[in-house]
Design a protein around this ligand. Sequence first.
Ligand SMILES: NC(=O)c1ccc[n+]([C@@H]2O[C@H](COP(=O)([O-])OP(=O)(O)OC[C@H]3O[C@@H](n4cnc5c(N)ncnc54)[C@H](O)[C@@H]3O)[C@@H](O)[C@H]2O)c1
Length: 259
Amino acid sequence: MPQSEFAGVVAMVTGAGQGIGAAVVRALVAEGAVVAAVDRNAGSLAGLAEESTAVHPYVLDVADSQAVDTAVELMEDQLGPIGVLVNVAGILRTGLAVELSDEDWSETFAVNTSGVFHASRAAGRRMAARGRGAVVTVGSNAAGVPRAGMAAYAASKAAAAMFTRCLGLELARSGVRCNVVSPGSTDTEMQRALWGEDPEAAERRVIDGDLEAWRVGIPIGRIAAPADIAEAVLFLASDRARHITMHDLYVDGGATLRA
Ligand SMILES: NC(=O)c1ccc[n+]([C@@H]2O[C@H](COP(=O)([O-])OP(=O)(O)OC[C@H]3O[C@@H](n4cnc5c(N)ncnc54)[C@H](O)[C@@H]3O)[C@@H](O)[C@H]2O)c1
């Protein structure tokens, strides 16, 4: 079997502790990458690091600009040049737009938007200087279609997606590609936290649609597995996507009708 192009490549993944981030880490490790796994949850990172010696945990909050800069410098000293950055860390605060607190709004943007900015700036400037690299930001399909109760989240993800695409434009001539993967409902703790008392009925509503909430459902008829999202991330990070940049790939089973 030919060696994977990711063999020995240093990949930084934020939000690595669980869910989609952990699936991205496992997929990269399976391809031979060395992963700088970032999360603010030390416990879940430690569990992931036990799975493979290729996983190197860095406990930090991506909302903290200084902490991100320091950690990226340390990663490059310890592991080598970062070839791939995957921004996955994110939080979801739900609530009607007119009732959101200042904290819900600012914390959502601090992680989902500024966190992407901090990590992409630190890794992107190093990649550009070396003339090579790939950034993939995990956004959300809520960035492309209005969702009731998700105004702060959707707006923060739309901002992160456009930031990533502008970065892609600025770094294109430096050999750095920047793309977005926008998942729909994916089976993780973040998703299950929305399901409440009767998870089976809630899952059915997500798949079948809920006109009360102005949602049409998922045409493909299933909730995504975290590995489905990781697959798209690895493709965009790989040389198979060498002519793709500034793209926003929806992986949502058709839930937004790609409108
Ligand atoms: N699950 C879904 O249905 C879904 C849908 C669309 C988009 N997304 C996006 O995918 C990404 C991953 O979601 P998930 O479902 O795996 O979520 P999750 O809540 O299961 O995991 C998120 C991880 O990010 C970490 N994290 C959160 N804030 C952080 C911070 N400030 N600094 C460092 N780490 C932080 C958490 O500790 C956790 O390990 C998020 O950006 C989310 O918005 C998820």
